[in-house]
Ligand binder design. Structure first.
Ligand SMILES: *[C@@H]1O[C@H](CO)[C@@H](O)[C@H](O)[C@H]1NC(C)=O
Ligand SMILES: *[C@@H]1O[C@H](CO)[C@@H](O)[C@H](O)[C@H]1NC(C)=O
Ligand SMILES: *[C@@H]1O[C@H](CO)[C@@H](O)[C@H](O)[C@H]1NC(C)=O
Ligand SMILES: *[C@@H]1O[C@H](CO)[C@@H](O)[C@H](O)[C@H]1NC(C)=O
Length: 337
């Protein structure tokens, strides 16, 4: 081949590659702005997915626009159950390794025939993409707001309990909760390695005017478990969660594995507020909100209390696969995968 010809061929090739690059860049820009419409950045809720076919919810974008949420309580007639005064968003976070647990939990909500408001925060891009595709299945039955947080730490799919990845997820709970409370939304924060067998809002609504918050108990029966807690959006809870956040940040819970964890920190700040009579807390009974240990590991306990249980939480059952096999064993795994 002559030099001249080769040069012109090379030139054509370069032009082709250049055009392809432009096409790919355009496609990526389009999908980032259109397919991934909302991000959770710097700890504040910026934008919310609106799905008018499912819900009339106001967005969480601007606090002053949401002021009326905290004052106007309405009676809900929902799925045949009348829950006076409760208007709440259920808040949960998830990562790539637990999308199946998230879906199993949502299946259990769907079976309660009640239209819940659910706010979900994906802790990594892969989790977001997986669930983004699957969410339409649930949106017929509940109102879902899906956010994405670009966590710096989460890389591992199955973080062990005392790893930095795990810490970086759980230590962000107070931040998310505070964002919602301070925009006037009652929050029910939950872990998704759980199955709801009865509607827990019934328990809360039965004595709604007596407390500021409701919380499940941890394995020792006295430490509050951040795995299930309802908080009214009021001064008492906002002050407590602000202190919880400050304490967690002061201890560098995010990065220091030896620091006090966020569960212990929560127990301490709650105790102080309670002692000052500035926070009214209802500790939820273990027969209705058992730990994984009681429910899964003790067949007799399970038999005796099956009728009482509202929320089955799979804590202290090991990592992902071990947990999942326990849920299967007791007939609480609803997915085919
Ligand atoms: C929030 O909404 C109020 C009333 O609609 C408006 O005056 C204010 O500028 C908004 N704030 C932001 C940060 O958008
Ligand atoms: C809140 O409700 C009051 C009375 O219903 C109304 O006048 C006011 O415009 C509402 N504010 C917002 C920000 O929606
Ligand atoms: C869901 O959110 C809407 C709007 O914020 C509220 O009116 C409704 O009561 C909520 N439903 C439940 C079950 O909390
Ligand atoms: C909430 O706290 C603020 C500031 O501390 C205070 O001004 C306000 O009156 C309090 N509101 C209620 C309902 O207690």
């Amino acid at each position: 081949m002559q030099n001249k010809e080769r040069h012109s061929l090379q030139k054509q090739l370069y032009i082709l590659v250049f055009l392809q690059t432009i096409a790919i860049l355009t496609a990526v820009t389009w999908s980032v702005t259109h397919i991934v419409p909302h991000f959770y950045h710097h700890g504040s809720l910026r934008s919310v997915e609106e799905d008018n076919s499912v819900t009339q919810r106001k967005s969480v974008v601007n606090a002053s626009e949401c002021d009326n949420h905290s004052t106007v309580h309405q009676v809900i007639h929902n799925g045949g159950i009348r829950l006076a005064d409760i208007s709440v968003t259920i808040l949960a976070t998830f990562n790539d390794g637990f999308v199946d647990f998230l879906r199993n939990w949502l299946e259990s909500l769907q079976r309660l025939h009640f239209r819940f408001n659910v706010t979900l925060i994906a802790e990594d891009g892969s989790a977001f993409r997986k669930f983004f595709k699957a969410q339409s299945r649930y949106k017929r039955f509940m109102a879902i707001d899906l956010y994405y947080t670009n966590s710096k730490f989460v890389k591992n799919s199955f973080p062990g309990v005392n790893t930095q990845q795990y810490r970086s997820i759980v230590c962000k709970r107070p931040r998310y909760i505070l964002d919602l409370l301070s925009t006037g939304h009652d929050v029910l924060f939950v872990d998704i390695d759980a199955v709801w067998v009865q509607n827990p809002l019934e328990v809360i609504s039965s004595e709604f005017h007596n407390f500021d918050m409701w919380v499940a108990m941890g394995y020792d029966g006295t430490t509050p478990c951040p795995c299930f807690m309802y908080m009214k959006a009021n001064n008492a809870t906002i002050t407590m969660v602000t202190e919880w956040l400050n304490r967690v940040q002061r201890n560098k819970c995010y990065t220091n594995l030896h620091a006090e964890n966020e569960m212990i920190a929560l127990g301490k700040v709650m105790q102080v507020r309670e002692d000052l009579r500035l926070l009214k807390v209802k500790k939820l009974p273990k027969t209705q909100f058992p730990t994984g240990e009681s429910f899964f590991l003790k067949p007799e306990w399970r038999r005796d209390h099956r009728q009482d249980v509202y929320v089955v939480h799979g804590n202290r059952l090991g990592r992902h696969d071990s947990k999942k096999s326990w849920f299967r064993k007791v007939g609480l795994w609803f997915l085919r995968f």
